[in-house]
Design a protein around this ligand. Structure first.
Ligand code: ME8
Length: 519
């Protein structure tokens, strides 16, 4: 691979239960970006994985009557299965119980310990197991976890601490001088006020349970699960694999990450603790952390603990995987909370996919079958004003799409594709090829109109691919084109006129058969 490296990560998910729509949301978004960046010629490395240590996972194992290792080994395949179901193209899948990770995390911690960034002290405070987070008394809300509202436990033990407080000025500087380090802006402000309110040193070890990575310099302690987990982003690239605090091997070229996707619930870890850890160890910082919002159902955050989170499989079964991916990325603004419901999903499906996109392809491919025996007519040499208008939609798409993706606005990117899709539908309605087919003298115009419409469909399919890979591949195949997933320069492929005249077009089943509400 010769392109520019592009490294994207998702959080590593807790294995206390199987993935749900919320967890899948981050991964699907990351996959769409990874796929698009492959189409812009980048050498993409897309990482996801599992956060397998900590008390929360140990508790889930205990409740199920198995050892933590048995538990994580049992649940890990369920994650892999869901990612396969959703056509996720991650390049690596890290599990924090893997040796490469444990070695790397220990090498990192030893470095910090040796240089005096870790010291032994006494911890006295509150801990929320579901959030795996420490809180001071004055952070609690009515005696409960300020984040999830659940019970907190009082902890009193000798712990090792990371000198987070020493990095306060560094963090303020970083956030103030690098406006795009944390996106969107609301999250950046939130982190800044958290940092400005004064950082306390972070307890990074536990002695009250064993399910974690032993500290290399004191094996009575295991590493605090967040400290361990954050390191996955570099251990997956070979950091510390050789026992030394450095990247060894070829994958180090992907660091620093271009973007790390996280939910807004975990920004303090990713935007304050993580950069402080990296800076302390002399490792470069990620270029950007992007925090998206929550998927809400009936106004509440969808979560395993609330029991209001569906698994992706039932929706995929009903709508298909492409429509699943499309719905969440189109209907929810990435970066903001968004309500999702079956009604709005059916609406999006029938409106955008069955009507606008699916029908356009069916009608057009049928007409090519009917009027041209399934053969792409020649590209017209003369253009009318309406042809020019259609071409203009296609011409602006690469830049509009790229701009939207630069700001991680998936919905906006899809909207720009829909300008072309809708423009093409309008064009067909206006030009009425079925009328042109009636007389021999309008046959050249019929050829021109259908070539133009096919070309618009080819280009729209190209830009639908990162979000809807299966139907786009299908459209390309039906147009007699090659493997769409091999595209390396989407802007070049999106140039008007690349559809070869003479290609065979096949009709096939509707891409998105209409769904009825009571089905
Ligand atoms: O926090 N809407 O793991 P986790 C949108 N292991 N996204 C949601 C969501 C919702 N309703 N619910 C969950 C952890 N998510 C740690 C991470 S990283 C070093 C360690 C997504 O299994 C979102 O990305 O609780 C959120 O940040 C993540 O799942 C939390 O997953």
């Amino acid at each position: 691979m010769s392109g520019k490296p592009f490294y994207i990560t998702t959080p590593i998910y807790y294995v206390n239960s199987v993935p749900h729509l919320g967890t899948a949301y981050t991964t699907v978004a990351a996959d769409a970006l990874a796929r698009y960046r492959r189409m812009t010629g980048h050498d993409v490395h897309f990482l996801t994985g599992l956060d397998e240590h900590g008390q929360k996972v140990a508790q889930a194992a205990e409740e199920n009557g198995v050892s933590p290792q048995e538990w994580v080994d049992r649940i890990a395949p369920a994650f892999k299965e869901v990612w396969e179901l959703l056509d996720i193209t991650n390049d690596d899948f890290i599990r924090t119980t893997e040796e490469r990770h444990e070695l790397g995390a220990q090498a990192f911690l030893s470095k910090l310990y040796e240089q005096g960034d870790i010291y032994k002290g006494h911890y006295d405070g509150w801990y929320c197991v579901p959030c795996e987070t420490y809180y001071a008394e004055d952070q609690l809300i009515e005696g409960e976890c300020p984040s999830c509202g659940r019970e907190v436990k009082f902890l009193k033990e000798d712990n090792y601490f990371f000198r987070l407080s020493a990095y306060q000025d560094f963090l303020v500087d970083l956030i103030e001088n690098n406006p795009s380090f944390i996106e969107p802006r609301t999250r950046r402000n939130e982190v800044l006020s958290f940092v400005n309110s004064g950082l306390k040193d972070l307890s990074i070890s536990r002695t009250t349970f064993e399910w974690g990575i032993p500290l290399p310099f004191d094996t009575d302690h295991v590493m605090y699960v967040w400290f361990d987990a954050l390191l996955n982003y570099i251990t997956a690239l070979g950091y510390g694999e050789n026992g030394e605090p450095e990247f060894s091997g070829d994958l180090g070229r992907f660091w620093p990450a271009d973007v790390q996707f996280v939910g807004k619930d975990i920004i303090r870890f990713h935007c304050a603790i993580w950069p402080a850890m990296l800076h302390a160890a002399g490792v470069a910082l990620p270029k950007q952390v992007f925090a998206h919002g929550f998927l809400l159902t009936k106004g509440e955050k969808m979560s395993k603990s609330k029991g209001n989170a569906q698994t992706p499989a039932s929706l995929v079964e009903r709508f298909g995987v492409d429509a699943y991916r499309y719905y969440f990325l189109r209907d929810v603004n990435f970066g903001q909370d968004g309500s999702v419901s079956m009604e709005s999903m059916v609406q999006r499906y029938n409106g955008d996919l069955a009507n606008d996109w699916g029908n356009l392809c069916s009608r057009l491919f049928n007409m090519i079958g009917k009027y041209f025996d399934g053969v792409v007519p020649p590209m017209p040499t003369q253009l009318t004003d309406t042809d020019e208008t259609l071409r203009a939609y296609a011409a602006v798409l690469p830049e509009k799409y790229e701009d939207a993706i630069q700001s991680l606005d998936f919905s906006g990117a899809l909207e720009s594709v829909w300008d072309l899709v809708k423009g093409t539908n309008y064009y067909i309605e206006n030009e009425a090829p079925w009328g042109l087919a009636k007389a021999e003298e309008t046959r050249p115009r019929l050829e021109a109109v259908l070539y133009n419409a096919l070309e618009a469909v080819r280009i729209a399919a190209l830009f639908c691919f990162p979000v809807m890979p299966n139907t786009s591949s299908d459209v390309w195949t039906r147009l007699g084109l090659g493997d769409i997933s091999a595209v390396k320069d989407i802007a070049a492929d999106a140039q008007w006129g690349k559809l070869p005249a003479g290609n065979s077009v096949t009709t096939g089943d509707p891409l998105f058969p209409r769904i009825y509400e009571d089905e």
